[in-house]
Design a protein around this ligand. Sequence first.
Ligand code: GLN
Length: 533
Amino acid sequence: MGKLVFVTGGVVSSLGKGITTAALGYLLRARGLGVTAMKLDPYLNVDAGTMSPFQHGEVFVTVDGGEADLDLGHYERFLDRDLTRRHCVTSGQVYGDLLARERQGDYLGRTVQVIPHLTDEIGRRVHEVARAPEVDVTLVEVGGTVGDIESQPFLEAIRQIEWEVGPGNAVHVHVTLVPYLSAAGELKTKPTQHSVRELRAIGIQPDFIVCRSERALTAEARAKIAQFGNVRPEAVIANPDVATIYQVPLVLEEEGLAARVASRLGLDGSCPDLERWRRMVDSMLNPAGRVRIALVGKYVALPDAYLSIVEALGHAGAELGVGVEIDWVDSEADGGDRLARAHGVLVPGGFGLRGVEGKIGAVRHARESGTPFLGICLGLQCAVVEAARHQAGLTGAHSTEFEPDTPHPVIDLLPGQRGVEAKGGTMRLGAYPCRLAPGTGAARAYGRDLVQERHRHRYEVNPAYVDLLERHGLRAAGRWPVGDLVELVERDDHPWFVATQFHPEFQSRPGRPHPLFRGLVAAARERAAGSGG
Ligand code: GLN
């Protein structure tokens, strides 16, 4: 059984607990340890797949088709490791399993209760992940904020797990907010004190208190938090705001968090080599040039809805030495000028009719003006509709998602998706192979002709229209080798025009950008150079 690091959050949500978890994971991994991470989410949805991106940010898709919380994306990127649906546990899942078993009669005669039945089930799931042979340390992040009613069974479960595994095998990291009150000119520690008290009331004494703050943590604030939080001053870790999330591991390393966590767990905590990471951060902070990418979507008011795309653009920019400025263009508004000023256009995935015509217009602009373009999922579907309508002369062509009676259903449901009514977990989900035609731009970008990419969609390019579209320059350059599905299209008559039915953003990693994002940013850089910036 591997060691466990529990991460809880105090005071407010959106603290960057997921990033703290991921960054600590990165530092432990940099010490040569096998590290994995999981999220325990107290909401009752079975998975994040049915939640609006406006509420919860993007749905992150795992290789095995799990529709997970976006924090799994942070874990994958910082740990450079693929996770699975087992790494995202929700109340909905544990209650669902428990109730199914109760109906089967598994608890016959007994009263089924939150403690011990629900907490045992949570514990079983944590152990299942932590037991994997290559895992030395499992980071377990509890979603929500200490004090929430719904997170109580999870906190009780981790308390029990710590008790079971015994001293030296688990530590608690509590991430809190230390607000700065400008009127008082002071950092305030009271909310943190209360949060720790709350945690201790349920039997959890944090070993480390990680303090998120807008300003640097003063010695005075640190001393106070240590004293009232009942930890040594060196266990109070400053984690102030930084320009990019990729600086967080460097900040935490300065504070000695990972070395102390490792030593508490009896693991080798010797100093890792962070040079490559440092260089990457340096490149992000001091880019040699800049490109502007118009991201045309309907959730642009909440950039977290496109989190993995933002990160993937950043990874590509860091490698190419350019800063990527994202111009968030609302697909329902007129993007005219802003599209004209962009060095690249990205149309991401999405659901529902709202904003679709704006996305199709953005594709048209990119095609006609030679602006580098990347379309993802719905972005590919819009590129197909655009080519069908404006090049192949198929007036009224559309996706049957938006217009069931269109005369030219160029995007349509597969026979297997017809009649599927249930919404949860019923899309084409997870990793599928894609074969790239030799000599295409995509094959050159990947440097391979067989790739695995992650999907999350119901609709597909209608095979009946592929020949016609190809005759008009939209080449089906990537296909699912098993059936006749188009996975990637590109244009030969354009500097960089690629669209994918899959989501490449989920597989981009810092230091190893996804080839298609690298391709887009490189082409945008060319365009910026050509246009004089
Ligand atoms: N709504 C489209 C479909 O279901 C696209 C989905 C997406 O962009 N993720 O096929």
